[in-house]
Design a protein around this ligand. Structure first.
Ligand code: FPP
Length: 252
């Protein structure tokens, strides 16, 4: 799923290639406000938000970032007006259908994570098709969290592990971070190094609760539809200026 035209943008000279995040996660907030500020229906903000996401995916891919994970729909988002929820489901489906050829051409491997069985069947069909078609692509890993909740993800991992213990396949002492991580939706992905949240809110909203343990967080006031290539560049500059200690002290 990439933006036209298909021209590769080089990594800006001030960014260090060897210190780029391997995995970037984004909370795409502010679509509704973006539309309301323009006197438009909220759904127009979501539509514009898709363009921003396509641009960002292309940019990550061009700059050699291995994985991008986007929070498209949380388990709490069902509480939105029925019309908006319906629009989003249709939008996801349409985008998947329209962008599959482009994703193949760009070598993108897409996966959806979350409780997908509660999504409309036609959307589940498009998701299965896109995941199967791109599964051997060796380019950027693009993960879309849909009907996703971090606590729910942790609970389903606990249930799966508990069932293995109950069957005698595992001992409680076998349960370590590694094993636990392998029961999450993101089992074959590295943890995100950088979380970007647009529109100024200082929270992680039940997103990748386990996986974000040591991520650097970058929050911008910019609303998601206005999140530009320049702003992503600034986020990466900020990331490269951070001292990632993972709970240790810096060497003197
Ligand atoms: C948050 O803005 C945005 C969403 C809940 C939807 C984001 C979805 C997309 C951009 C489409 C992605 C499509 C695919 C196929 C991956 P908000 O509505 O909460 O904005 P507000 O805080 O201003 O109300």
């Amino acid at each position: 799923m990439t933006a036209e035209p298909a021209v590769q943008s080089p990594l800006p000279a001030d960014l260090h290639r060897d210190r780029l995040p391997h995995h970037v996660a984004v909370i795409m907030d502010g679509n509704g406000r973006w539309a309301q500020q323009r006197g438009l229906p909220r759904i127009m903000g979501h539509r514009r938000g898709v363009d921003t996401l396509k641009r960002l995916l292309r940019q990550c891919s061009d700059w050699g970032i291995g994985a991008l994970t986007a929070y498209a729909f949380s388990t709490e988002n069902w509480g939105r007006p029925l019309e908006e929820v319906g629009f989003l489901m249709t939008l996801f489906e349409r985008v998947l259908r329209q962008e599959l050829t482009e994703m193949m051409a760009e070598n993108v491997r897409i996966q959806f994570v979350g409780n997908l069985s509660a999504l409309p069947e036609s959307l589940q069909g498009e998701i299965d098709r896109a995941m199967a078609a791109t599964r051997h692509n060796a380019g950027i890993r693009f993960t879309v969290a849909t009907n996703y909740g971090g606590r729910q993800e942790i609970l389903q991992a606990c249930r799966a592990i508990a069932a293995q213990v109950q069957r005698g396949e595992l001992q409680p002492d076998d349960i370590d971070e590694n094993l636990f991580g392998r029961h999450l939706y993101t089992a074959d992905l590295r943890d995100p190094d950088l979380l970007i949240r647009t529109s100024g809110e200082m929270r992680i909203s039940n997103f990748l609760l386990w996986q974000l343990a040591y991520a650097e967080i970058y929050v911008t006031q910019t609303l998601w539809p206005d999140f530009t290539a320049l702003e992503f560049h600034q986020a990466l500059q900020a990331y490269q200026g951070r001292d990632r200690r993972f709970g240790k002290v810096s060497p003197q």
